[in-house]
Design a protein around this ligand. Structure first.
Ligand code: F6R
Length: 366
């Protein structure tokens, strides 16, 4: 059942080239210039004319929501708010009929997300679900939705569900942007091609496994980790830190790299591994200076970089390469080494990777 892998988590990490392809199958055909997220059909007008998009989710799904915020705002120019379901539902939020709410949940059973949906529904908003489990409570409670089709996720730490969520949300953002005229046709076509190339690039990213295992052996006894990224890689930094803490029980924090100087930089000394997600994108120069700041304080630098990078390589203690892609699609690749890093560290520490202490696969209590 684990397909020859020692743990479900490792199997699920390795399944991602296929699960992402499954998620895009029947929806994306770059050659034909076609992208259809079927679940949106009946609500396309509401979506196109939304005053605001509100995303509600918890945990890893919330991180996928943060990536979506960047995507929807960049391509469709609609303001987005990303909310922890638990905070949203208890604070008497402002919700209007013109709001398009997207609820993201792997299990489709998360109690807080479900309650937040009911609240938004009662205020007249349109609710769209992005769920993995077919027929789940959240899938049933929403007006419409699209499944992620990642297949069953057994490991408690979410991996392939996360990349499938981002895939669906990316397709939604591109479709919306194109239809609203905020995303030019040539750029849209280019993005469809890039998106179609992602499964093969994920496969390539997975090839760094042995190298990541070596890096894990060097840092498995660290007491703390810091994960830093900017732009599209900021949510990836949060996700990398969450993956590490939940399965290895090492304290880790994710931060937008520029926030470092507002506090976390005080933590840095020669004992502190700092994982930078420093791919070649519009914030590359900025993150390079953040890396210099950490280096000057003798922090240990592990960097996820774009293939062929030289500047970061000259400063970092370790670099892990991922293939180049459009900046907006980078999270689908940059999260892969972070999943593997947390996996190997947890295994080396003798942790129960698939069923970490105190955690359940679906959180059906508030
Ligand atoms: C992290 C993890 C949790 C879930 C969260 C939401 O690896 O598994 O943080 O992401 O409990 O669960 P769903 O997506 O099922 O609503």
């Amino acid at each position: 059942e684990k397909g020859g892998y020692e743990h479900f988590m490792l199997k699920e990490i390795n399944e991602q080239p296929r699960s992402i392809a499954d998620c895009m199958r029947g929806r994306l055909d770059a050659q034909a210039g076609r992208l259809i997220v079927g679940g949106l059909r009946d609500y396309i007008n509401k979506f196109q004319n939304a005053d605001r998009i509100i995303i509600i989710a918890c945990g890893t799904s919330w991180h996928a929501g943060l990536v979506a915020e960047y995507l929807f705002e960049e391509f469709a120019r609609i303001p987005v708010e990303v909310e922890y379901a638990s905070e949203f539902r208890y604070r008497n939020p402002v919700i209007n009929e013109g709001d398009f709410v997207i609820a993201i949940s792997q299990s489709g059973e998360t109690a807080d997300t479900l309650a937040a949906i009911e609240l938004a529904k009662s205020k007249g908003a349109t609710i769209f679900g992005v769920c993995n489990v077919v027929g789940s409570s959240i899938a049933r409670a929403t007006h419409a939705g699209s499944y992620t089709h990642a297949g069953p996720e057994i490991g408690v730490a979410s991996t392939k569900a996360f990349t499938a969520q981002i895939s669906v949300l990316t397709m939604m953002a591109l479709m919306l942007g194109y239809q609203r005229g905020t995303l030019a046709e040539s750029k849209y076509m280019q993005l469809l091609n890039e998106l179609e190339a992602i499964p093969a690039k994920v496969e390539k990213a997975l090839e760094s496994n042995a190298q990541i295992e070596y890096i894990a052996s060097q840092y498995k006894d660290a007491r703390n980790f810091l994960y830093l990224g900017r732009g599209y890689n900021f949510p990836v930094a949060l996700e990398g830190a969450l993956k590490l803490k939940e399965i290895s029980y090492i304290h880790a924090e994710g931060y937008p790299a520029a926030e470092m100087k507002h506090g976390p930089i005080a933590l840095i000394d020669e004992e502190m591994p700092v994982v930078f997600i420093a791919t070649k994108d519009s914030s590359y120069e900025k993150i390079v200076s953040n890396i210099q700041e950490v280096k000057a304080r003798k922090g240990k630098i592990i960097a996820v970089v774009t293939e062929g990078d030289t500047s970061v390589k000259s400063m970092a203690d370790h670099v892990i390469e991922i293939p180049a892609t459009h900046e907006a699609l980078v999270p689908l690749l940059s999260v892969i080494p972070l999943q593997l890093l947390s996996y190997h560290i947890a295994v080396m520490r003798g942790c129960n990777v698939d069923q970490p202490r105190n955690l359940a696969k679906s959180v059906t209590v508030e």
